[in-house]
Every structure is written in structure tokens, then in C-alpha cells.
Design a binder for this molecule. Structure first.
Ligand SMILES: N=CN[C@@H](CCC(=O)O)C(=O)O
Ligand SMILES: [Zn+2]
Length: 412
């Protein structure tokens, strides 16, 4: 199938040769073509240019984008989209004064979601998750990482990952999966965390690897969850199965998780709401992508990741949703981009770079996603008529998406 997008007011993130990631001052630049066209063939970006030179492509099926902006679909590198039920009651408990940590200590939180998920059939879990997936695709997400971690038994962790894999096979969005058995200590191991880490290392990891269910592995390294030495052990074990780390660190406390993740060559370190100068230093001159999750800060009323400071230190930064039932019941990348500008003082250019090229990097998709580059997958957002791209984060509450094209086809 061939498709020609014409009269594009602003074509964003146009890169003849796409960088794998953007660091520091590079993030300020967002290359644009005005009055542009893009030609798509067999789900891939074949060519692009300006309307004064449309070349041999006239006459194909055309989508007139007059007055509209076109940009690469969002690359959301951190989500927990496969889950069962919701945690509305905990939301109310927090309004009434309980903290996220207090709720978890009282048996709520991640173990609450795990109980629900264990009781939910695989079919039902797929249907609940597919509904959310279709919504995020309509909101412009073209690549998504999905974690396990609400199973907390071998059987339920495998079930989650199978559902994520099935979503990948049924929908035209690119999905990467991450094994997060070390998300919380389940109640049956309350006084025996080591026993649970043994289960992760000796049973879950071998099965997940054998069944090829995960691309990456994750650990929630935090006080009350998994220590730096737990993470060290789990990541070392995961390496035997060639699982690359992408980890939850520094959400509430800085306990040394970043340096250890970097030691294990983590592809990304995510959250970073609490970040010391030492942590920042540990990230310099590494291949590890810092990932900020501003919707989580918004929902939990916790500090925002110091994105401005990270970029000003010359580091890269990616933005992701963290879509999950407890800390971020939203998979809206448009809101993430706007909130990064409003609350973290990223410029629109920096935020768009963080949610496209750097998001693709944080899930190993730099070759195929994140920019308008010949040969990359044709995953595009076509906006409604807007004055300029800065309007996207500015008008933060409006749905400014006209249509979304994934693998070269408009999704409904
Ligand atoms: N912090 C750890 N995991 C999720 C939240 C999990 C939950 O509360 O269900 C997060 O990234 O915010
Ligand atoms: Zn998360």
C-alpha cells in the first residue's frame, strides 16, 4: 500500500541520518521541513521533501495535511499496560491523606494489583489490556514497552508476558517486553525476601528466557522493595540469559541504584525523581538513558525528575508514561510531553526529542523508530490544524491529533 501525505505545514524530526540518541544541547534542535510531503510504501517511510519538488510520487493515494503538523509517533519506553482491574480506592485513600508508601504497607499497592491479576483469566487480561492499548495508539503512541511485575508468581508473570506478546502480534504497534518479577515482595515471602529472589533467579528467569517472553529485565530498586544488592544479584543472573536491564531507581530515595545499574550497562534508568549530584555523575559518559515519568509525579504529587538539570549536565533524557494502575493511570504521551515542558522546564523541542528519538533508544528501537528517516517504520502523528508545533504542549488539555498512521496505515 502506497500513501502520500501532502501540504504538511510542519514536518517534524526530519533526519537524513538519524542519531541513536540526543544528549544535552543537541536536544534543543528539532529539524523541520515546512510545506512538506512524505511518501510511504509497504509500511515504511520511503521518501520526503518539500512541495516544490514532489518528484515521481504524484498520483498515489493522497492525504492532504494542509495546515497540519506531522511528526513521528511517540515512543513510550516505560509502561505497565498489562494489568487487571484498577486501584481507584487507593486514589481516594491518598486524597484522604495516606501516602503511596503507607498504602503499600497496609497491603495495597503492587501486591493488591498482583492479587487481582492472579485471579483474572488470561483472556480477560488480554481484553482489558487491549482496550488500553487501542486508546494509547489513538493518542499517538507507535512503540511501547510493557513490563510484567503484577504477577509475582511464576505462572502469573508468564501470563502477563504472554498477554503482552499477544498484543504485539494482534496490533500494528511495536511492543518490547520487560520482565519485572522484582516489582514487590509477595505476601507469601513477606519474611523471606531472599526466597523470592531465589524464585526469580532459579525459576522465573530460566522459564521466561526459554519461552522467549522478554527483551529486557527490570527491578524496582527502592527502600521497602529491592535493595541495591538484590538488584545486583538479579541483574547478574539475568545477564546469563542475555537480558539487558532497564530499571526503576530513585523514585523516592537515592540508595545507590543508579551506579549499580550503570555497572550492569542498563539501557535505561527510570524515575529519578530523587537525584543526587553523585547519581548525575554516575550517568555521565555512559550509554544508559535517564527516563523521566512526569505523569507519575503529577498523579502522586511527588517531585518531578530534574530534567532541566539532567539535560544541562550534557546528558540525554527520554520521556515515558509509566502507565500503570497505582501511580500513573494514564498512557497519554501528549500529556507527558506537555507536563515535561510545564513542570520540568523542557522546551517543546527538547520534550519532543525526548519522546521520540530518545524514547526509541530506551527500548532498543533507534534503527526503526523515532524520526522521519528513509527506511524507518511509517509511524506518524498527523495533528489537527495548529499554529505551530509549540502549540502541542501549550494547549495541554486539548486532543490535537487528527489521525495516527502505524506501519503505514491509518488506525481507527
Ligand atoms: N514504582 C514502581 N512501579 C510502578 C508503580 C506500581 C504500582 O503502584 O502499581 C511505577 O513505576 O510507578
Ligand atoms: Zn514503572
Amino acid at each position: 500500500m502506497k500513501l502520500l501525505l501532502t501540504n504538511i505545514k510542519e514536518l517534524l524530526q526530519v533526519r537524513e541520518i538519524a542519531p541513536t540518541k540526543l544528549c544535552g544541547a543537541q536536544m534543543k534542535e528539532l529539524p523541520i521541513l515546512k510545506n512538506a510531503w512524505v511518501f510511504i510504501h509497504k509500511g515504511v517511510i520511503k521518501d520526503f521533501g518539500t512541495m516544490d519538488n514532489i518528484g515521481p510520487y504524484k498520483g498515489f493515494k493522497t492525504l492532504n495535511c494542509s495546515g497540519k503538523t506531522v511528526l513521528p509517533a511517540w515512543c513510550d519506553s516505560h509502561s505497565h499496560l498489562v494489568y487487571a482491574g484498577n486501584r481507584e480506592q487507593e486514589f481516594v485513600d491518598r486524597i484522604n491523606g495516606l501516602s503511596y508508601q503507607e498504602i503499600a504497607e497496609n497491603g495495597g499497592g503492587i501486591v493488591n494489583s498482583a492479587k487481582k491479576l492472579q485471579e483474572t483469566s488470561e483472556k480477560d487480561l488480554f481484553e482489558q489490556s487491549a482496550k488500553r492499548l487501542k486508546e494509547v495508539m489513538r493518542l499517538g503512541t507507535g512503540a511501547l514497552e510493557i513490563k510484567s511485575g503484577y504477577g509475582l508468581t511464576t505462572e502469573a508473570e508468564l501470563k502477563m508476558l504472554r498477554v503482552a506478546k499477544k498484543l504485539a502480534s494482534k496490533y500494528p504497534i511495536t511492543i518490547k517486553t520487560t520482565f519485572l518479577g522484582a516489582h514487590a515482595v509477595p505476601p507469601e515471602f513477606k519474611n523471606n525476601k531472599e526466597g523470592y529472589v531465589d524464585l526469580i533467579c532459579n525459576e522465573m528467569l530460566p522459564k521466561i528466557s526459554e519461552q522467549k517472553l522478554a527483551d529486557y529485565m527490570d527491578v524496582f530498586c527502592e527502600e521497602g522493595y529491592f535493595s541495591v544488592s538484590d538488584m545486583d544479584r538479579i541483574l547478574s543472573e539475568g545477564k546469563k540469559y542475555k537480558l539487558i536491564p532497564k530499571v526503576h531507581v530513585n523514585q523516592f530515595n537515592s540508595i545507590g541504584g543508579i551506579a549499580t545499574a550503570v555497572k550492569h550497562k542498563a539501557l535505561s534508568v527510570d524515575h529519578l525523581e530523587v537525584l543526587t549530584d553523585e547519581d548525575l555523575e554516575a550517568l555521565k559518559n555512559t550509554e544508559t538513558m535517564p527516563v523521566a515519568l512526569p505523569s507519575c509525579s503529577y498523579f502522586l504529587s511527588i517531585p518531578y525528575t530534574p530534567g532541566r538539570k539532567i539535560i544541562d549536565a550534557g546528558l540525554p533524557l527520554a520521556l515515558a508514561t509509566d502507565y500503570n494502575p497505582g501511580s500513573t493511570p494514564s498512557g497519554n504521551m501528549n500529556f507527558v510531553v506537555a507536563t515535561a515542558c510545564i513542570k520540568m522546564r523542557l522546551t517543546p523541542e527538547e520534550a519532543i526529542n525526548a519522546a521520540t528519538i530518545n524514547g526509541a533508544y530506551a527500548m532498543g528501537l533507534s534503527e526503526t523508530h523515532g524520526s522521519i528517516t528513509k527506511g524507518k517504520i511509517a509511524n506518524l502523528i498527523v495533528t489537527k490544524k495548529i499554529p505551530s508545533y509549540g502549540y502541542l504542549p501549550y494547549a495541554f488539555g486539548s486532543n490535537l491529533i487528527d489521525c495516527v498512521i502505524l506501519n503505514g496505515q491509518e488506525i481507527k
